[in-house]
Design a protein around this ligand. Structure first.
Ligand code: ATP
Ligand code: MN
Length: 463
């Protein structure tokens, strides 16, 4: 038995004229009376390998059963090809068919499907060049994220997906319950009796791992979490998912400037990693979907991010004479149109905004002396808008209590979080990077549903 060799490795081969085994899915089959050519892809790389079949050497029926989408295993001699694009091809001796693919009904029989159509066949779209490239890049970015943190002395902390706290404050939550919805146990006052539920209390899917990541940082100094988060927000935009992945580092002894430095260095590392290790896939996406993709990646890597305060940004926006859909004045939350104006038109580079009004930011952000703003920092990117949200955290016990009371959060719901400020509190900072927002930037795709294998959005959880 010959050992299977991945197409990625075959295409790199510098030696020829020996027998190999290759396995994969047929992309196209064409030919003449005497010779048949099969383009085979196994997902290890964007490129296909060409199989050359001398028709007279095979049973007619075997070749007839092979069509686009079929999965086959072939043995043959690896040879140097005469063609201009390909270094190597395989002169096939034997073929085994693993799975036929009915050419009448196979949804990917023809090329050139729309991204909308491909979303409806999320179970098969990984077999297209586009989604092969995107999912290889998604893997490469995950790996680069862990590598970056590991190399910089961070510890990966696994924060819970089911949370007992509903004070994370980042959006509407999905309830987790095993109660019988047709016979909900109630207390005397009519309220649901969660004591009878699985955990004996109300639980939800997490909207962020930050609060628990902070607990890690206040013991391990540098910690990060990278996991799925869930938001039951009915926001049908091209930048929001109900289930998305988030990278959340938390750093003891970092102030907001250290935090910004880390965010900038981290993002540049990831962009450079993609340029250096995934150029083939990037080039494909650049040519097919976004002619400025590679230029934009290089530009982000080369330029220093512009840093200014929210208040300065509001002044720029007010003086911009732009007709924004949402009018700007001090105190409003910035919309993506405002963020993109700053990044794409005014500064022409990524922007980090700091010191937002406290009323539009979460309870845990450190209050500034002015009592009006907090030490928040959002990183804004071309084409995306907000890609990172972060802050220096409030480490002062009394100020934190004051803030949660103002906001009507119950102390008993966050008692464990508050205790870290009671026992050995420390200045610390952190941020959240939405993984799919990063993937939008890296791939140049314009809809977030196309950078995650199985998107979860309102009314959509088929696969
Ligand atoms: P937005 O204003 O864009 O909804 P947010 O202020 O709700 O973002 P945070 O709560 O700060 O975002 O979350 C941190 C990061 O997670 C964001 O910077 C973004 O990259 C990402 N993110 C937030 N919500 C979503 C979502 N629904 N789908 C995908 N990514 C998201
Ligand atoms: Mn949001």
């Amino acid at each position: 038995m010959l050992k299977r060799i991945k197409i990625k490795d075959l295409l790199k081969s510098e030696t020829f004229d020996y027998e190999v085994n290759v396995k994969g899915w047929v992309r196209t089959k064409r030919g003449s009376k005497s010779i048949c050519f099969i383009e085979l892809n196994d997902g290890s790389i964007l490129n296909n390998i060409q199989l050359i079949i001398n028709i007279a050497d095979f049973e007619e029926d075997l070749l007839r059963r092979i069509s686009t989408g079929a999965c086959i295993s072939a043995n043959g001699i690896l040879v140097q090809s005469g063609g201009k694009n390909q270094g190597v091809e395989i002169q096939v001796n034997t073929i085994e068919i693993y799975g036929e693919s009915d050419s009448e009904s196979y949804p990917l029989q023809k090329k050139g499907h729309t991204l909308e159509f491909l979303r409806e066949i999320a179970h098969l779209r990984p077999r297209t060049n586009t989604f092969g490239a995107i999912f290889r890049l998604r893997h490469a970015m995950s790996y680069a994220i862990h590598t970056y943190f590991h190399n910089n002395g961070f510890y990966y902390i696994h924060t819970p997906i089911i949370t007992g706290s509903d004070a994370e404050g980042a959006g509407a939550m999905f309830k987790v319950t095993t109660l019988d919805l047709n016979a909900i146990p109630r207390k005397e006052d009519g309220k649901i009796n969660y004591e009878e539920d699985f955990f004996g209390k109300e639980t939800n899917l997490t909207v962020s791992g930050q609060l628990e990541a902070e607990l890690g940082a206040l013991a391990l100094s540098l910690a990060y979490t990278f996991g799925p988060t869930f938001r039951a927000e009915n926001s049908n935009t091209a930048r929001h998912l109900a289930e998305f992945w988030m990278i959340e580092p938390e750093m003891a002894f970092y102030d907001i400037v250290d935090n910004m430095d880390l965010a900038e260095d981290f993002l540049k590392y990831l962009v450079n990693y993609a340029l250096e290790n995934c150029y083939n896939d990037l080039e494909f996406l650049n040519n097919l979907y976004d002619k400025e993709l590679i230029e934009r990646l290089k530009s982000v890597s080369a330029n220093k991010f512009e840093r200014l305060t929210y208040t300065e940004a509001i002044n720029i926006l007010e003086q911009s004479n732009q007709n924004f859909e949402f009018p700007v004045k001090w105190g409003v939350d910035l919309q993506s149109e405002h963020e993109r104006y700053l990044v794409e038109t005014h500064f022409n580079r990524p922007v980090i905004l700091t010191d937002y009004p406290k009323d539009i930011k979460a309870f845990y952000m450190k209050r500034n002396e002015d009592d009006k703003t907090v030490r928040a920092m959002d990183v804004l990117f071309p084409k995306i808008g907000e890609i990172i949200g972060g802050s220096q955290r409030e480490e002062n016990y009394n100020k934190l209590i004051e803030r949660i009371n103002e906001l009507g959060i119950h102390e008993k719901d966050v008692w464990w979080y508050l205790e870290t400020r009671k026992y050995g509190t420390a200045p610390h900072s952190g941020f959240g990077l939405g993984f799919e927002r990063l993937m939008l930037f890296i791939t140049g795709m314009s809809n977030i549903r196309d950078v995650i294998p199985f998107p979860r959005t309102p009314k959509n959880a088929e696969f």
